[in-house]
Design a protein around this ligand. Sequence first.
Ligand code: SF4
Length: 327
Amino acid sequence: MTQNLLEVNELSTYYPIRKGLMQREVGQVKAVDGVSFAVKEGESFGIVGESGCGKSTTGRSLLRLIEPTAGQVLFQGEDVTKLSREEMRRKRREMQIIFQDPFASLNPRHKVRKILEEPLIVHGIGDAKERKKLVEELIVTVGLNVSQLDRYPHQFSGGQRQRIAIAKALMLKPKLIVADEPVSALDVSIQSQILNLMQDLQESFKLTYVFIAHDLSVVKHFCDRVAVMYLGRIVEIADKHSLYRDPQHPYTQALLSAAPSPEPGAAKERILLQGEVPSPANVPAGCVFNTRCPAATDRCRTERPVLQQTGDDHFVACHLYPAAGQG
Ligand code: SF4
């Protein structure tokens, strides 16, 4: 049976809200609030939701680029939230991140050769000759060529820069890559090239991905399982086939109804949600989705639904569904 590479238990990341001259803490923004999920070795696990739902904060909290407030992040059984700064720095060899904007991780003043060699130097890998060989091999692996190593990041297109960012993330042969909207800023024609490259690399480097996206259509082809987030919480997790065939949470149903239909001209009823996403500084009581849910009842306004299993590899946090085996 495939092992879990990553297990996240009740992860929360809150930001303090400060006011006044003394910068007194007057409240908290609950960016991520009690999120739990597991990712199997070799799997692509998607986290999807609108902007501000906490998906990027979740991704960064896994690597402690943002310090979580509470909860566990078990990577190969070890809770990385308990590691010292130095231990965490070493652990990042195995846990890497790719950002939406590759400029965020590529120093504009350095040539690509230096950018790619840097992680090897920091982690004390190889001598100069070995490092040169590794850099030259990897730039070819991501679809660029050795002569491009002596250029600066601004001399590349957006897609090429994302290839360089992927090469940088791969330099240390990680096991896990958190990909935070890696194709959202790219033209549609380039998006599929980068997704194909990431899929090829998954095979050859035996990678596990946590793939963060704002749109369900991107993760549909890329991911094996998908978690849908709303206002800092996971509202549904399922195997992708089950999620697309039978979305159960009213929020997932609305998201999917807004996605373009695969069959041109096919009639599709669009579910329009009322109102705005509430502020994560002022989360509604009960179910976080109750202020916009067309099926909300009084119970939804007071009682928080927990994630419960409703089918094979399908979990939903909604009072409309009895747990598997009940009702
Ligand atoms: Fe809607 Fe209630 Fe289900 Fe929340 S628990 S999604 S408000 S029906």
